[in-house]
Ligand binder design. Sequence first.
Ligand SMILES: *Cc1c(COP(=O)(O)O)cnc(C)c1O
Length: 355
Amino acid sequence: MNPRMIINLEQLTENASTMLKICQENGVRLSAVTKAFCAVPKIAEAILAAGIESLADSRIENLEKMANLDAEKMLLRLPMLSEVDKVVRFADISLNSEWETIKLLNKAAGRQKTRHGVLLMFDLGDLREGVFNEDELLELAQKTSRLDYIDLKGVGTNLTCFGAVIPDENNLGRLVKIANDISNITGEKIELISGGNSSSIHLLQKGKLPRSINHLRIGEAILIGTEAAYGTKIPGMHYHCFRLIAELIEIYDKPSLPIGETGRAVFGEIPHFEDRGVRRRAIAAVGKQDYAGHDLQTVDNDIKILGASSDHLILDIDDAKNRYRVGDEVCFNLGYGSLLALSTSPYVAKGYEGE
Ligand SMILES: *Cc1c(COP(=O)(O)O)cnc(C)c1O
């Protein structure tokens, strides 16, 4: 069935193993982040096969899907008040910044006769989630540590997601310092100091991750093989564990400039075209409804992606050595955004390499 995503589970296990080794060498515990592939259990199992013991996702539905997998589960997005019961049931630990939510998690854990771990988020300037003011965070930590059914597991931060702030020794140094302050106030040791996502890997590579940072939450680096601060490839990784296959439904020679007065294209954008004369063009049956306009690259370097509407991907195949015909399949490499969107699209079949 087309379009379809082909997943190479063996290469994923190898990537997870490489990442785990990098973390272990630096005294860092690793939670593998599963959201970009919608937590398909079979794919998560391939990651666990590397010896990883913790899975993290931003959606509680995704952790529920993986309930039968033998691993610690961490909820990355701050819980909604309306989902605390599910959070306690399907997550061992959740990331939090609101006292109201933590109080309800405590009640839910009490009702379920269990305990729930809380990691308090500190906003170091990326301006997404996390307590911004240090005194407020200290107060929240103190109150949290006194709850009956909550374990204060540690502190964490998230960078390079909204404000594109890159983790460095300075901002992560503040995280380490507040962890020490919390430990002094509560009299308890802070088990986890969680220093971010795939954008913190460049510090590991340079040996500059502050030593007290002992936990990272990593998705992109395992799935795509790139670190996220500068987008560089991590040596020894596989970069194409996920690929998209789409089928050609039309091939014609057409001019490269539209004919007639032009206005706005389908999503309201004003397109720009370069006049390259008459070119051989192909349409692949996949569109922005599937990959959301994120990064895609054809494996055949001679094909140029011209653009897409909801259901049509327009390709310039004029320079291709391969003589493409209607019905042929074209293969694409994915970026993190397109992987996330394609995984989410019910119109994209999922298959596994070698099956
Ligand atoms: C998505 C997410 C991650 C993982 O990010 P990657 O860039 O895929 O490594 C880590 N932490 C939080 C809070 C997230 O939302």
